[in-house]
Write a protein that binds this ligand. Structure first.
Ligand code: 5GP
Ligand code: ZN
Length: 124
């Protein structure tokens, strides 16, 4: 399944160009257009889901496919040795802007800390 107006579905269909760095039959990885680290890639499943929670609920096997692709890619490059970060944003507070599940892979340098300035939780 794909969504007509989804930006990353358009990248999957080749309607919008992207600099691909890795692909399998299920997964593609490409450069983030606004890199936030020396290496910044987006890993997506070719099939549309809107975020990681939806993916886990609807297509949990996609999660495995993506993390296998991340493993293979980082082993083929220097990233596994040097270390890297995987991030996925879900919803407004995390600043998700593209609603096709994607995993940011960041590395190539010592990364900064992440999260908020406040540590006050309302959940526990
Ligand atoms: P989010 O904020 O939803 O977690 O991440 C969306 C990411 O997609 C952002 O890091 C943004 O830079 C990237 N992005 C937005 N539009 C495009 C595009 O047209 N091409 C590529 N390669 N990346 C994009
Ligand atoms: Zn999509």
């Amino acid at each position: 399944m794909f969504e007509e107006d989804c930006l990353f579905c358009k990248i999957v269909r080749g309607e919008i160009p992207a600099k691909k760095v890795f692909e399998t039959k299920d997964v593609i990885a490409f450069n983030d257009i606004y890199p936030q680290a020396v290496e910044h890639y987006l890993f997506i499943h070719r099939e549309h889901t809107k975020n990681a929670n939806s993916m886990v609920a609807q297509k949990p096997e996609h999660l495995t496919a993506i993390f296998k692709a991340i493993r293979e890619f980082t082993q083929q490059t220097y990233l596994e040795t040097s270390g890297f970060r995987v991030v996925t944003n879900i919803g407004a507070n995390a600043g998700q802007t593209v609603f096709h599940t994607h995993f940011h892979v960041l590395g190539g340098e010592k990364l900064g800390t992440f999260g908020s300035n406040s540590t006050k939780s309302s959940i526990h």
